[in-house]
Design a protein around this ligand. Structure first.
Ligand SMILES: O=P(O)(O)OC[C@H]1O[C@H](OP(=O)(O)OP(=O)(O)O)[C@H](O)[C@@H]1O
Ligand SMILES: O=C(O)c1cc(=O)[nH]c(=O)[nH]1
Length: 215
């Protein structure tokens, strides 16, 4: 991970209020995890300078780690705009992968550039919690006969689950920033109390068994 980019994007996310805490009434995530924190990367597309940092970071990351890429594929929905901006910078074809095949029209699950056995596809999601959504897209792309060069995302919570899931799926994950960079930037900025930091660390160690405090 590029430290300058990781710190910049973490600061960007805090500055645009993409990060919210709710210690007593946790957020429910796509995986079912109950979490005291929610990072809404969808907000980044509203800020030209922030989305530019992300697009530049993803384009550089892809050139460094996945130089063989022939297609950039966004995970629907939040991964799509970032895949589009990165693909544009790299002048590469763009696809997106739906969570399930469309039930009318052409019934496709992959839209845009359709991968073939000759392709090396980079999957882009906005955020990795368990990695389930991105890895579902990896499976879908592999079924087309194409190879998956790897996964890239803006942010990862660095949960034990995602490490296990990426290892099992035999693919790699590269992100622009991470939970530890976010907490570090929040600390430097005087955001979150000591009690909130402690709770956020406890939750990350075992998110499935974490219990929200009662008031
Ligand atoms: O790593 P995971 O455990 O899969 O969680 C992360 C996923 O959850 C969110 O998507 P969501 O399902 O909320 O859909 P959206 O992109 O359509 O907003 C996010 O955009 C990631 O795709
Ligand atoms: O896992 C999720 O569903 C999730 C977590 C998060 O912080 N932000 C988000 O958009 N989704």
């Amino acid at each position: 991970m590029n430290e300058t980019t990781a710190n910049q994007i973490a600061q960007d996310l805090l500055k645009i209020d993409a990060v919210r805490l709710n210690l007593y009434h946790p957020f429910t995530w796509a995986s079912g995890i109950k979490s005291p924190i929610y990072t809404d990367n969808r907000k980044t597309i509203a800020y030209p300078q922030v989305r530019d940092h992300i697009a530049e970071g993803l384009a550089q990351l892809i050139q460094n780690f996945y130089p063989q890429a022939t297609i950039i594929a966004g995970v629907a929905t939040a991964g799509i705009p970032h895949a589009a901006l990165a693909a544009d910078r790299l002048a590469l074809p763009l696809s997106y992968v739906r969570p399930k095949p469309k039930d009318h029209g052409t019934n496709q699950q992959v839209e845009g550039s359709l991968p073939t056995a000759q392709d090396q596809v980079v999957i882009i999601d906005d955020l990795i919690s368990t990695g389930g959504s991105a890895l579902k897209a990896v499976d879908v792309v592999r079924k087309t006969g194409a190879e998956v060069a790897g996964v890239a995302a803006i942010f990862s919570y660095e949960l034990p689950d995602s490490q296990t899931n990426f290892t099992q799926a035999q693919t790699t994950l590269q992100t622009l920033t991470s939970y530890s960079h976010l907490l570090h930037a929040a600390h430097a900025d005087g955001q979150f109390t000591k009690a909130e930091f402690n709770l956020l660390a406890q939750w990350q160690a075992d998110p499935w068994h974490w219990q929200a405090p009662t008031k």
